[in-house]
Every structure is written in structure tokens, then in C-alpha cells.
Ligand binder design. Sequence first.
Ligand code: UDX
Length: 429
Amino acid sequence: MKLTIIGTGYVGLVTGTCFAEVGHQVTCVDNDATKVKLLQGGGIPIYEPGLQELVQKNVAAGRLSFTSNTAEGVEKSDVIFIAVPTPPQPDGSVDMSFIERVARDIAGAMTSYKIIVDKSTVPVQTGDKVAETIKRYCKAQVEFDVVSNPEFLREGFAVEDLMHPDRVVIGVRTQRPVAAMKEIYTPFKAPIIVTDINSAELIKHASNSFLALKISYINAVSVLCEATGANVQEVAAGMGMDERIGRRFLNAGIGFGGSCFPKDLSAFIKISEQVGYNFRLLKEVQHINSEQMQRFAKKITDTLWVLKGKKIGVLGLAFKQNTDDVRSSPAIELCQLLLKEGATLRVHDPKAMDKARPLLPNATYVEDMNDVAEGCDALVVATEWDEFKKLDLEKARKGLSHPIMFDGRNLFDPQEMERLGWIYKSVGR
Ligand code: UDX
């Protein structure tokens, strides 16, 4: 099928590329001409495992192209996906100006029936607003359908998630666009749920908020574990074996971050408020998340006493593993707390150092993770990168003035660390 994707951020670029990979003819549109040039030349603006190869392969096969001309994109396809940012505003509500702008641009360029699909994460009832806007700005008075088709990909696993989704959600007002939407997704062999637009929009916010709730839940349990000598990983393993609960998203740590959970939680709370419901449960999820970070930082200050003049090595800057994304990264927040207390930092991340530099301009960036501890008073693990498990512990121990590790992601085994002579503090164990 001929598909156009407007917006080449995480969601738009990965969606477009995976659609091309399964055989669709895809045009990706972005108003950032520099980005379009980079993509046309086979480069990609983000680090995402497997994506660059897939972009290059599909561009070479003639199935994937990039343009900064929205009208051209609208003209070429019958199905137009909107995948532009919906950033948070200071009060937690969502800035809808990019979506509104794109809806107007599409309307202005439409000359025949189009299916306009919203992929961005949006407040419930956005579909109605998009439909109203298109109707208002469409000069040609052509027919169209608006569809909600939220995306559930995780950064770092985006290609994998898109190629093998747990489910595809399609929200419609009429039956007319359903066949085309199903045809687009048939190659992905995933269960498809066809529902109304408002439910589809709510599924996205409700899912992300629930996952964030799961993390805050286990982080709250980790406090009890620490107070009683239990081990949160054992508790999570035991809970997770109940199929109704599941083991995933029960990893205690320094809390969740990234460009989705914090923003989607705030938005969902705000949306609830606007329809007259005080979603106190989700406010508590936010509260537990910020307390978890404070509690971990306190562990560091309680042990090192005065941070002023201390040098701390930090492993991890990205908001999670397998990404170079540092937006709302708990690791960056922790570094900023340590700097505020007067510590100096030696930091390393396998992919996120370039993006962290503007946020932490005074830290020393170390290329090899095994050199981070050199001359430091303590080592901190702030992101759950798998490769940190292969840290040369002996070298790190010798590099430190005293072998102290604060592991905010529970990557090492406490007994083994003690046996190796470390003072080892993790979360909930
Ligand atoms: C999330 C959703 O998973 C995805 O479905 C949605 O489309 C976008 O938001 P993402 O933000 O890419 O994806 O990352 P995710 O893997 O969900 O992790 C979010 C944060 O939670 C990270 O900071 C991670 O470190 C943290 N986390 C995750 C935990 O602290 N514990 C866990 O058990 C899982």
C-alpha cells in the first residue's frame, strides 16, 4: 500500500521503515530539511538498534523515501499517518499545536479521499478535534476518515516491537477505513483490536500509566524489603510467576524516566481532571517515583557524608539501556543532584555521552567504562545497560580510593560483591 508518515521522530521513522520492510511504499515527511537530507543520505538522527540498516535497505529497494514537502506526501498516498510530537506543557497538559498544524496542512493538500491516522500519543477526544479541523480547512470538500492507531514501541527495542507487536489498536468512527487499516497490518501477524476512537486513545494513556504504576509499586515494595531484610528481586520473581501479574516492569531501581512515562502520566492526570475525576492513584505513582530517586541519593550522602570535594564515577546517562536518549533521564537527574551537593563526576554511557554533554557540561566524559572509577571515591550505576555487568570489577576496585558501589539498577549480586571486598548498596536488597 502507499503510505505517508508525517514526522520522522522515534515513532514516525521506525513506523515508516517497518512499513516499508513489510512491502508497503512509504513516504516520510518532516519539516526539518536538515533531517530529511541526513535520512536521504542513509544517516539516522537517533541511535536505535537495527534501524539504520533497515532504513538503508528500504531506501535502496525504492520502498522508502523522505521529503520535507507535506503536500507531496499527502498527494502520494491514500493513508496519512500523523506521528509528530505531543510535548508536555508546564501544567502537565499536552501541547497539541504540532498535531493541529499537521491536520491543517493535510486538509490544505487533500484532493481525494484520505484516511488520516493518528499515531502520536494524544488525549482522548483528539480524533474529533482532528476531524473538525480537517473539515474546516479542507478547501476541496473531499471525504476523509480519521483513525486512531496508537504506537506502543519502546525506545531501544523499537524495531523489534514494531515488527512483532503484542496488539494493533485501530480506533474508527465508521467501518470505511477498517479494511485498509487491516491490510496495512496483516504482514505483522498481530492480533488487531478494532474499537471506537476514544477507546483507542484511552488504551494508550491507560497502558503507559499502568506500566509506570507497576514500576512505582515495586519501588514502594523495595522500601519494605530494605526495612525488613528481604530481597526485592526475589519478591518480584515470586510475584511475576502469577500470570495475572507477570514479571516484566517489576524491576526496582531509581525510578522511571524517558520521553513517555513522565509525560503520559501528567497528561492522563490532567485529562482526568478536565473530565472531573481526581486520579489520585496516578499522582501517588509520580510521588513514589520522585521519592525513589531522593532515597537513592540519600544512600550516597549517608555513606559518603560530605559530597563537596568528592569525585564520583557514574555508569549510565541514558534513561534506560539500548538508547542514546537522555530526555527525563533519572541518571541525569541523579548526576545533577550529586553536582549540586558539590561532587565532581566522571561519567560514561555506551551511547548517550554526546546527548548528555549539554546537560552536564562540567562532568568528565570517559570513553572506556573500565576507566570511570579511576581516582574516584565511589562508583554509581544509574542505567541498566547489560554491558555494565561485564565491568572489570577488580580494576574498578583498585581505581577507587575505597571500594564503594551504589547500584541504582541492581545489576550485581550483593553476596558476590561483598565477597570481592566491595561496600555494595543497591535497591531493595
Ligand atoms: C514506554 C512504553 O514501554 C512503550 O510501550 C511506550 O510506547 C512508550 O513508553 P520507553 O519510554 O521507550 O517505552 O521505555 P521503557 O522500556 O518502558 O522504560 C521506561 C522507564 O522505566 C525507563 O527509565 C526504565 O529504566 C524504567 N523501568 C522499566 C524501570 O525502572 N523498571 C522496569 O521494570 C522497567
